[in-house]
Design a protein around this ligand. Structure first.
Ligand code: MN
Length: 336
């Protein structure tokens, strides 16, 4: 196949951050969902050890795997929950270190790798400075935040300087999942529901809806937010969200915004295919958003890249759309 494949939600971590997670997990104050998640990456079983070794490798091993999987370029970002599990001071320091390490990896393989920056949202001024540094000095293509930070969501106005900087720097924000926040997680803890199959999407779609409903995009109309996992389910819901929003406005239950919730979603959001190998889900998303708002992602090393590529190579869409989703849209959005 002659189509270039760019995967845009590809995870890495520094060994130092992995070690700091271990300390958090051993402490009394660990969030319950994170406690359960930690074992995926930090456990002692062979599966966890393999994920760990793949996450910390941003060099030859990573490139070799990309070659084997047929991935031409990977946009790397810090794996969930990144630095957001640490206090603001530690998080700010470790985000900076992670960005330096990632920038070096990209420098060593500039045609194969690109990067999204990590920031510590709980120190917004520091996050703004780090985003500026990452976008200007380090050549990064945007930034990634792993949903809630200590249970707080980015609709809170104290975080808005981050969005102001993102808009000014033309830095797309990848709003990546993590387990549901502390006020939300309890009924997710049984049956493994806190995890990627369902809880991540509930947490992250809720976060995205909070951003829409708080009026963020009236203030920063050029902001670009990326959601993985086929938009975390939101393309399916848009008509009903609009319909009930209008009713709530009518009865005075919510404030009227300039535009409908779906208008913001369709203008300010881009979604990726990470972890979703479903033709009906892709086709619905293409019908709702248009192929130009969908990018391919493999979610290495958590998902099978072989399956992701196999799906996208063979799913019944036109080759023009396949090319846009595989690479054209990412090249434009990230200026690759
Ligand atoms: Mn991911």
């Amino acid at each position: 196949m002659g189509i270039k494949r760019i995967a845009v939600e590809e995870a890495f971590v520094t060994e130092e951050i992995a070690q700091e997670w271990k300390k958090v997990l051993a402490s009394k104050f660990v969030e319950p969902g994170f406690q359960m998640m930690g074992n995926t990456i930090l456990g002692d079983d062979p599966g966890a050890r393999m994920v760990h070794s793949r996450l910390v490798d941003t060099g030859a091993g990573r490139i070799q795997q990309m070659d084997a999987d047929g991935i031409d370029m990977a946009v790397l970002s810090i794996t969930s929950p990144g630095v957001q599990a640490f206090d603001a001071v530690t998080a700010t320091r470790l985000a900076k270190d992670a960005n330096d390490a990632l920038a070096k990896a990209v420098q060593a393989n500039p045609t194969r790798l690109a990067a999204l920056a990590a920031v510590a949202p709980h120190y917004p001024q520091g996050a703004v400075q780090e985003l500026q540094r990452a976008m200007t000095s380090l050549g990064m293509k945007g930034f990634l935040i792993n949903s809630h930070t200590m249970g707080e969501y980015l609709d809170d106005r104290k975080f808005w300087p981050i969005f102001e900087a993102a808009e000014a720097l033309d830095a797309p924000l990848y709003l990546h999942p993590r387990e549901p926040g502390p006020d939300l997680v309890k009924p997710f803890l049984d049956y493994g529901l806190y995890f990627a199959g369902f809880g991540f999407a509930v947490e992250t779609s809720l976060h995205a809806m909070r951003l829409i409903m708080c009026g963020l995009f009236d203030e920063f109309p050029k902001l670009k937010i990326i959601l993985g996992h086929m938009g975390e389910g939101l393309p399916f819901w848009l008509q009903r969200i609009d319909n009930r929003y209008l009713l709530q406005v009518k009865i005075g239950a919510v404030k009227k915004m300039k535009r409908l919730p779906s208008d913001y979603f369709l203008d300010n959001f881009v979604i990726t295919t990470s972890g979703v190998m479903s033709a009906p889900a892709l086709k619905l998303s293409m019908e709702v958003l248009g192929a130009e708002r969908i990018m391919f992602a493999a979610d290495y090393p958590y998902e099978s890249v072989t399956e992701g590529v196999q799906f996208m190579d063979t799913v019944d869409i036109t080759d023009a759309h396949r090319q846009m989703i595989y690479s054209g849209n990412a090249e434009k959005l990230f200026k690759l």
